[in-house]
Design a protein around this ligand. Structure first.
Ligand SMILES: Nc1nc2c(ncn2[C@@H]2O[C@H](COP(=O)(O)OP(=O)(O)OP(=O)(O)O)[C@@H](O)[C@H]2O)c(=O)[nH]1
Ligand SMILES: [Mg+2]
Length: 386
């Protein structure tokens, strides 16, 4: 079966290459969240492939919609066909070929869309959005219309994406909606520290062999369009303080690669932070730390600073590391090796480092009990993820 690429590599991979031809997809959120960016990337990918793409827009004037597509480098391509259901709402003239004159007349909407399907035979179709109609029509009429669009899409082998914010439907109604479509993608917006993250989750579908994904963060980049990424947590501290051990305990899957450049171990692992897959990586806080830090800190959501509590020089180094954190990325000091004689307590370390109350200091002994929960929770709280 032919797969229709979403234009987002990691999502395509999870879908087995993209959506199959003639499939229907619901892009659902419970509150306003970025779904349109996903739909636009899908359309842009089609337009670049010389496929005909039909965008049924109830919210944006065609000129505004087309200006959005220009962000992706798509100009006034002919194979981007817009069904303009907005101009008439604001009594503006339209230059589009397909215009809905009266959004309160369902026959008018259906007729225009049907004509567009028959004449254009689109490979990709977007309905933006179902919530616009939910506010204006009785439920049966909307569902009937929606099924009609789904049938047209199947007949034309189009992949059909529907955007929907569910303000008002009850669970039973929503379940029925979800069962109707082949794929359900859910969207959410979440604040993590200072960063606002757009998240998407692919719901499980046993029939299609699709596993439920975690929440996958995505963003727009001017050269590549929509891309997914992982939030990152940095683990740093002096040599021999326990970074590798800490990452191994924190992450069920972790590796220590040989860093060819520096000839020392580089630790990497992954953990779930409120169901978002997060990368953990280790960086030694050596002499060049300030510059290393500038390199990494812009892209990290949180930092663990691991100290060997028996070593005063580690604590001095730690103070420099905290001072390099100019952007005030959420940071937790881990007072490690508490099982050893002469280990300074968290309070003593706080005093010596002159730390403000906003930076937690958590005592650990990795070799004795290996309990990282207090340290992890402190950081997640600071990151706004607990
Ligand atoms: N007694 C004691 N030993 C510890 C503790 N945590 C780590 N160690 C030991 O300290 C040594 C260094 O630990 P690592 O995790 O390799 O330290 P690291 O920071 O990765 O070191 P580098 O990669 O060389 O910078 C190992 O022998 C660990 O077993 C602890 O809480 N107590
Ligand atoms: Mg190490």
């Amino acid at each position: 079966m032919n797969r229709v690429s979403t234009g987002i590599g990691s999502i395509d991979e999870k879908l087995g290459g993209g959506f199959p031809e003639a499939s229907s997809v619901l892009l659902l959120s419970q509150t306003p969240s970025e779904k349109r960016m996903f739909a636009e990337q899908f359309i842009v990918t089609g337009v670049r492939n010389d496929e005909t793409c039909l965008y049924v827009d109830f919210y944006r004037s065609p000129s505004f919609a087309r200006s959005h597509f220009r962000r992706y480098g798509i100009m006034d391509e002919e194979n981007l066909v817009i069904v303009d259901a907005v101009s008439a709402q604001v009594m503006a003239p339209s230059e589009e070929k397909y215009v809905v004159k009266d959004v309160l007349d369902m026959d008018n909407i259906r007729g225009v869309i049907q004509k567009a399907f028959e004449e254009e035979k689109p490979e990709r179709v977007i309905l933006d959005s179902l919530d616009f109609l939910v506010d204006r029509y009785p439920r049966e009429i909307i569902l009937d219309f929606w099924h009609h669009m789904m049938t047209l899409s199947k007949e034309h082998n189009s992949v059909f994406l529907t955007l929907f914010i569910n303000w008002i439907m009850e669970k039973r109604e929503l379940d029925a909606l979800e069962r109707t479509v082949d794929y359900l993608l859910e969207f959410r917006t979440k604040r993590m520290g200072k960063i606002l993250m757009n998240l998407v989750k692919i719901h499980e579908d046993k029939e299609l062999g699709i596993d439920e994904s975690g929440w996958i963060p995505f963003t727009f980049e001017s050269e590549s369009g929509v891309v997914t990424y992982s939030p990152r947590i940095m683990v740093t501290g002096s040599a021999n303080s326990g970074k590798t051990e800490f990452i191994q305990l924190l992450c069920s899957r972790s590796v220590e690669d040989e860093d060819g450049l520096k000839g020392e171990g580089v630790d990497r692992g992954k953990i779930d932070v409120s169901s978002v897959e997060t990368e953990v990586f280790g960086v030694r806080g050596d002499e060049s730390f300030a510059s290393t830090f500038r390199l990494f800190s812009r892209e990290v959501s949180g930092i663990f600073l691991i100290l060997d509590s028996t070593k005063p020089e580690d604590i001095e180094k730690g103070r420099e590391i905290v001072a390099s954190n100019l952007e005030e990325v959420p940071l937790v000091v881990v007072a490690n090796k508490q099982d050893l004689k002469g280990a300074l307590t968290a309070e003593e370390i706080r005093k010596r480092m002159e730390l403000p109350d906003t930076i937690p200091v958590v005592e650990t002994s990795l070799t004795r009990d290996g309990d990282l929960c207090p340290a992890l929770h402190s950081l997640l709280r600071l990151m706004g993820a607990a």
